[in-house]
Design a binder for this molecule. Sequence first.
Ligand code: SER
Length: 317
Amino acid sequence: MKTDTILITGALGQIGSELAEKLKTIYGKNNVIISDIRDPKDVNYDGIYEVIDVLDVERIKEVIHKHNVKTVYHLAALLSGTAEKNPMFGWKLNMDTLLTFLELAKDKIIDKIFWPSSIGVFGPDTPKDNTPQNPIQTPSTVYGISKLSGEYWCKWYQQNHNVDVRSVRFPGLISWKTPAGGGTTDYAVDIYYKAIENKKYTCFLEENTYLPMLYMDDAIDAILKLMATDNNELNEFKSYNLGGLSFSPKELSIEIKKHIPEFEISYETDFRQAIADSWPSSIDDTEAKTDWGFEPKNSIEKMTEIMLTNLKIKLNK
Ligand code: SER
């Protein structure tokens, strides 16, 4: 009998590249199938890699069948900045592909799905500080509209077809292994690269724009904890708020200056400022803490130390 395996879509992205390594240590190299659209000859990965365009349903079914995939971490998506520039494709990629996996779970071809939502589901009418789990949600971006609609679809499939789908609303994620791509919170990753390489950074958000953020280790830990929770302990579907940190570009630059005193930040805002202004500054994640033990461990100080230490090695500086 073939063993059940795990499939990660968008696995070469910021979350996927770290999640894959973690899942391999838990389930073994041969039980974690990673997929993305990149040509295999450009992929340096120790394990099983399959090319999947997530819009290609037949190809998804083929890979699922070939490896007896039972759990899917569906990470492939366009982030807020990119989706805003390419709205129709953003909507198609983010929505159609989620529905593909929900249908596969409805048809019992797969058993379980993890799908990330985002702070993008909140909008200008949502209370900004300590944003609760169920406030008014009026997303003003294509990305946010797709994520909020996705949440409703997940809930519908769970209620009507008993689909086991789990989700969190990620804030900005900060990591050094793989850069983020196309998001509004990306400045908080770029700033570390530029601080090391050029000792200066021009930020596309204003200095006092506070956004919720989370260090990647805490994000991965959250995914693993939520997925390991017994289904009976989770009530009706919800995409859990995750907080963690809240800081502004100015605060982050002050933190970096403690390590690189010559570092200078300047500001030149672009279209992403309006996106950031529509999002919360900080998040109330009490439900994630009480329902499945979300426990972020990294402060801005600790994260900055880890980021600078590892990026210096990565960038040979
Ligand atoms: N990091 C994402 C973005 O900025 C938010 O989920 O688009």
